[in-house]
Every structure is written in C-alpha cells, then in structure tokens.
Design a protein around this ligand. Sequence first.
Ligand code: NAD
Length: 354
Amino acid sequence: MKICVLPGDGIGPEIMTEAVRVLQVLDLKFELEEALLGGCAVDATGEPYPEATRKLAQEADAVLLGAVGGPQWDSNPREQRPERGLLGIRKHLGLFANLRPAILYPELANASTLKPEVVAGLDILIVRELTGDIYFGQPRGIETRDVDGKMQRFGFNTMHYTESEIRRILRVAFEASRKRNRKVCSVDKMNVLECTQLWRDVAIETALEYPDVELSHMLVDNAAMQLVKDPKQFDVMVTGNMFGDILSDEASMLTGSIGMLPSASLDENNKGLYEPSHGSAPDIAGKGVANPLATILSVAMMLRYTFANEVAAGRIETAVKKVLAKGLRTGDIYETGTQKVGTREMGDAVLAAL
Ligand code: NAD
C-alpha cells in the first residue's frame, strides 16, 4: 500500500506529522512518500502541483493532504496560487466523489451554535458529486445581447448531468451507507430543474441494486432547513456539485468545530485524496497549537474507503473519542473545565489511546 503524503502549507506540516505517527503506530504495511503541493511547491519549483508530485500521486493508492495556501501567495499570478495545486490534483486524479462527514462528539456539543439536544451525537455523511453540474457545464459566460429589444449584459451557465455520472455518485453513496445505517437521502430540485428530475429518476433506478438500503428524496430548499431543524434524521445525504457545495458547508458548521472534520475525495476505483475540511490556518501556523484530529480522522477515512480496513479505521476513531472523553482539547475546541493541549500532546494522547 503506497501513500503519497503532502503536508502543504501553514499548519499542514504540523498536523500531518501527528497523522503520520498515528498511521505508523498501527503497524500496517505502508510505503509513505512525501512531496510538495501548494505554496511550498511554488516556492521550490515555481508550480503549485509540480511534475514530481504528479508522478507520486498518480502511482500511490491514496494521498494524504494537510492544507495549502497562505497570504504570502495571494498576490501571485493565478497559475502560481496554492489553490491551483489543489484543483490540479483533484482533476488529475479524476476524483468525482467528495465525502464529508459531519460528526459532533457529545463532549463537544457546546461548540455548536445549535441547541445541544439538536446536535449532540450528530453523525451524518454528505456525498457530493465533484466534477459535473453547473460548475463545469458549457456554454457559460457573460455576453452583451439584445434581450427584450435592449442591448444588455447577459450571464448564463448550464446545468447538466449524464445518467452515468449520476449513477456512479449514487453508488458511492449507497456503498458508503452500507458501512453506516443504510439510509440514503438524495437531494434534488426536481420540481423546477429537469436535470435534477433525471437525478431523481436515476436515484430510484440505482436503488434497485441496493434493496438493503432505504432511499428517500428531499428538495434542496427543504434539505437546507431540515439540516438545522433536525439534522440527526439523516445518515447519508447525496447530491450534485452545487447543492453539495452549499449543504456540506452548512452541515460542517452544525458541529462548530472545524478542526475536527475529515474529508475524502474518491475516484472510480476508491483511490482517494484525504484531507481535513479546514484550511492552512496561517494565523496559528508554527505555534504548535493546531488541532490535528481532523487530519488523524482523515487517516481513518483512508483506511476505511481506500484500504477497506474497517478495524483499523474504527480503532483510530475510538482513540479520538477516548481522548475527548478524557477532557483533552486544543485551543479551537477548548472550554472551561477541560485541559488545553498543543498539537504534539494531542497526537501523543491519540497514540497512547491506540
Ligand atoms: P482556515 O480553515 O485555514 O482557518 C479558519 C479559522 O479556523 C482560523 O481562525 C484558523 O486558525 C482556524 N483553524 C482551522 N483549522 C484549524 C485547526 N486544525 N486547529 C485549530 N484551528 C484551526 O480558513 P481560512 O483562514 O479562510 O484560510 C486560510 C488559508 O487556507 C487560505 O490561504 C485558504 O485559501 C486556504 N484553504 C485551504 C484549504 C485546503 O487546503 N483544502 C481549504 C480552505 C482554505
């Protein structure tokens, strides 16, 4: 099993060090190789996703990423911005399925802006299609046209999905639900958009392959409301690129603790890019205070989804729960009555719990 490790920028290297220590203590047979992505790659090679990294990422079974970006690169030409590296690797590896769990450990229920009884124990998974939809559809643009007898600027985009694109993301959601509570809610806007009528039709057809999974449907506006009203009704939620972009951010904010949330982006063969949902946190970089748990939990997702090692994934997640139950907290999740620790101490505690 070959893993490409990309620590990236800002707090990336600090949190990645702890994630790699966790991986190593599990005593599985891994080959780890590190490479540059993002701002550090621009500084070293002039490119955010250099050839050496492309090669390593291509050859690996999975990629572990810290985070990229920082103010020192914000005024670079677009091609030399760290975020270009991120888009580049996602495209290059054909990652079409984004899996974002939103989990709120009972011990952290006060971190949410919602009432603890609404969110404590929340555990949902948003599956978002990443490569299609209105974000990529052609034609698109802003043109000056004669509309209603008046020359004016006209902005337009095209929403489209093929049935095979819909079917493959639905299958990812159904498969993921089999590792959970076997409930999938497919989100669309079929009352207005034909494209999402097709989405619903294909969801119903695909469900026939998964008779053991319960499929429900929800319109996206209602889904946005239900996520704040009663988020625990959901297990797996699957949707297109644009709706998923919005709903996955909404769902992650239900937990209030960005330092806790892992994510996965998968290709057709379950090769994946695993990374925390947060950014490079330049404001706290190099201080040893960043929360490494989102990255450590990304390792668990990698073991589950790419390497099908549910036991090892579960061990990491249980270790994280134990550390939280002991009252250890990094600054971002600290509250009175708990013990504040730094990045390394949090990593040590997870290792000890393992
Ligand atoms: P951010 O997620 O980096 O930080 C937002 C806030 O959360 C900051 O106050 C930060 O200190 C805190 N935070 C984030 N992760 C934390 C952790 N693990 N432990 C403790 N606190 C944490 O978002 P931002 O400030 O909007 O962006 C900073 C940089 O990161 C930008 O250059 C942005 O482009 C980049 N970014 C990268 C990714 C990625 O690599 N996938 C994602 C988002 C943003």
